[in-house]
Design a protein around this ligand. Structure first.
Ligand SMILES: Cc1cc2nc3c(=O)[nH]c(=O)nc-3n(C[C@H](O)[C@H](O)[C@H](O)COP(=O)(O)OP(=O)(O)OC[C@H]3O[C@@H](n4cnc5c(N)ncnc54)[C@H](O)[C@@H]3O)c2cc1C
Length: 421
């Protein structure tokens, strides 16, 4: 690590995904000398080629009434966009049990409140960041369309939309099928309609990582790649260093932003972090000739469509299959075949990248942003589920507030690690 400037406190952030980068940003702003270490390249894991959507509209957790039935059905389906690979893994079954217990409206709304608070905070912090700093990440605030093929599913969403409006002030505009092609000419005629969340945004995630990193480097933050933290040294309830490749790295404060790999550090953190890798895929292509103006979700086929300035991306799928690194074409086909039901030109050519990422999934869809129970100078910032990009700045600010002992800008309780005790 760099020699700290005299009098400055030091912070070591383990994990250089979008969450670790956001933590480094807000710690540096509070006067810390910050180093970010990653076992791989910075931003090469789940923050690399996700769908790039920044969505205050996505307040609701995965555990909603009926979700457990869908998960069980997926045991018996070979190529489903939601897939749980049954296996003898106590951590998976314990996760599933906790998830199942939360598939009711009361818990859904409780989780939603915590998720939404971080989403709203993050949206305004992103707007400040892109307006005031040289962070070129193809930011566009055009909104997000939830497009439905069948009238049944389109109409059924009305109830959820009312709930979103009532509890989170996130109502969408209803766009009937006959007005849809006028709004978005890249869609095929004959679709049932769409719900339009006009305040969502999108960006290119790998560009965000690169640009934000460059900004932080210009302010003195150090980034170290291929530096795998294997364990923590602890004395009298404080961390005194982390061991990475035989080297001991020391700081005053430590932040653990290790995404889906966080449970691998459970032994050292002194708590059991119930995170499962939720594998998703994306396909990045050149722009199709008839490209959508708006990003879209196609909920009946579980596909997201992101027209970025420099490329076009289809993404999604949720597989609970452990730390599996394969990319099968049959899974990617779910994306292109799903999009083909809706879009006049669903794919572009050539394909620039086939990708997978492990989403850090908690049973209640809320991240863990809290001190560890065993070490008073170690803060967790992990478990951002399907929304880590959307929740990163708010998380970074909250982490910096916890570490500096400031009054937090959000209630801390929804993100406490003790909820899993
Ligand atoms: C297909 C797909 C689409 C998605 N779309 C969206 C979207 O549109 N909007 C949105 O908000 N979110 C989206 N997500 C979710 C989002 O990508 C994640 O929630 C987010 O990237 C998590 O960020 P992170 O920094 O916590 O984890 P990561 O990006 O995985 O970073 C964690 C880092 O920690 C490092 N690390 C782990 N262990 C160690 C160790 N022991 N020592 C050193 N380093 C370590 C890893 O190498 C990694 O770089 C999507 C995810 C997928 C898969």
């Amino acid at each position: 690590m760099n020699e700290p400037a005299p009098g400055r406190r030091t912070a070591l952030v383990v994990g250089g995904g979008i969450v670790g980068i956001a933590c480094a940003h807000f710690l540096e702003r509070r006067g810390f000398d910050v180093t970010v270490v990653d076992r791989d390249a910075i931003g090469a894991a789940c923050s690399h080629a996700n769908c790039g959507l920044i969505t205050p509209s996505h307040a609701l957790p995965l555990a909603e009434p009926g979700a457990i039935g869908m998960a069980i059905k997926s045991f018996f389906k070979r190529n489903s966009p939601l897939m749980v690979k049954p296996r003898l893994d106590p951590a998976l079954w314990s996760w599933m049990w906790r998830f199942a217990m939360r598939c009711n409206e009361k818990d859904m709304l409780e989780s939603g409140a915590g998720i939404h608070a971080l989403l709203v905070s993050s949206m305004s912090l992103y707007e400040e960041l892109v307006a005031n700093e040289p962070v070129d990440c193809e930011w566009q605030k055009r909104g997000l369309l939830f497009v439905y093929q069948t009238a049944k599913a389109f109409d059924a969403y009305a109830e959820l939309n009312d709930l979103m409006a009532e509890h989170f002030d996130e109502g969408a505009r209803r766009v009937p099928g006959d007005e849809l092609v006028e709004l978005e000419p890249a869609l095929k005629p004959g679709l049932a309609g769409a719900w339009f969340y006009e305040h969502d945004a999108h960006l290119r995630p790998d560009k965000l990582v690169d640009a934000w990193r460059a900004l932080l480097e210009s302010r003195g933050v150090t980034f170290r790649e291929h530096c795998d933290v294997e364990r923590f040294e602890r004395t009298d309830g404080r961390c005194t260093g982390v061991i990475a490749g035989g080297e001991t790295l020391r700081a005053d404060e430590y932040v653990v932003a290790t995404g889906a790999l966080t449970p691998k550090l459970n032994e050292w953190l002194g708590c059991r972090i119930p995170i499962q890798p939720g594998k998703g895929y994306s396909l990045t292509m050149a722009h199709p000739e008839v490209e959508p103006k708006y990003p879209m979700l196609l909920p009946e086929h579980r596909v997201a469509v992101t027209p970025m300035k420099s490329a076009y991306r289809l993404g999604s799928i949720m597989e609970f299959a452990g730390y599996d690194e394969s990319i099968r074409d049959s899974r990617l086909k779910l994306l292109t075949e799903g999009a083909a039901h809706y879009l006049r030109e669903p794919t572009g050519s050539p394909v620039e990248e086939k990708w997978f990422g492990w989403r850090p999934m908690t049973p209640d869809s809320r991240p863990i942003v809290d001190r560890t129970p065993s070490m008073s100078n170690v803060t967790l910032a992990a478990g951002h589920n399907m929304l880590g990009l959307s929740m990163a700045p708010g998380t970074g600010r909250l982490v910096a507030e916890i570490v500096s002992g400031e009054e937090p800008h959000l209630a801390r309780e929804p993100y406490a690690v003790a909820r899993f005790a």
